[in-house]
Design a protein around this ligand. Structure first.
Ligand code: IMP
Ligand code: MG
Length: 172
């Protein structure tokens, strides 16, 4: 069964244009912008978003996996690290969804330790009601309710990533 539409393709397209403008303005003085996508969930959002950022930029990707439940002990392991150094670079992290915030807060901690010049966070979706770790999100596409969402890169058991909108599964 097809997921029920929560955020349409058109809404996503429009919001990406707005965020791209904002990011382009905020980073206009930057010469070394690296946009870092967290795989796999961000791959579609990232590809659309970078085309709305009207600045020279590089892209890089990182894969992390988190084990354990929503506890402060949740372990985040790097499966695929960045290809390039971010020392003295301006970094924009692109994430699909922030839930508890534990995964992203660990990634921020890891990347900050590499001394980038500047580190900002962009997420397509945010579930603020579920937040456990405090994160300063610089750009957020949409806030979503506490439901399991799929599509536009987000999966349920690795499926549904190719659905062009964000939807809610019956099974999720
Ligand atoms: P956090 O550490 O609890 O913030 O987990 C965030 C990660 O969990 C995201 O990057 C997603 O990969 C995954 N996730 C959380 N909520 C959803 C959802 O509703 N749909 C799909 N993936 C989700
Ligand atoms: Mg993810």
């Amino acid at each position: 069964m097809q997921p029920k539409v929560l955020i349409s393709e058109e809404q996503i397209r429009y919001r990406n244009i707005e965020m791209g403008k904002e990011i382009s303005r905020d980073f206009s003085q930057t010469k070394d912008l690296i946009v870092v996508g967290l795989l796999k969930g961000s791959f579609i959002f990232m590809s659309d978003l970078v085309r709305e950022i009207k600045l020279p930029l590089k892209v890089d990707f990182m894969t992390v996996s988190s084990y354990g439940n929503d506890t402060v002990n949740k372990e985040v392991r790097i499966i695929k690290d960045l290809d390039e150094s971010i020392l003295d670079k301006d970094v924009l992290i692109v994430e699909d969804i922030i839930d508890s915030g534990y995964t992203l807060s660990k990634v921020i901690q890891i990347l900050k330790s590499r001394n980038p010049r500047n580190l900002k966070i962009c997420t397509l979706l945010d579930k603020p009601s579920r937040r456990k770790a405090q994160i300063d999100v610089d750009y957020c596409g949409f806030e979503v309710p506490d439901e399991f969402v799929v599509g536009y890169g987000l999966d349920y058991a690795q499926l549904y990533r190719n659905i062009p909108y964000v939807g809610i599964t019956e099974i999720g």
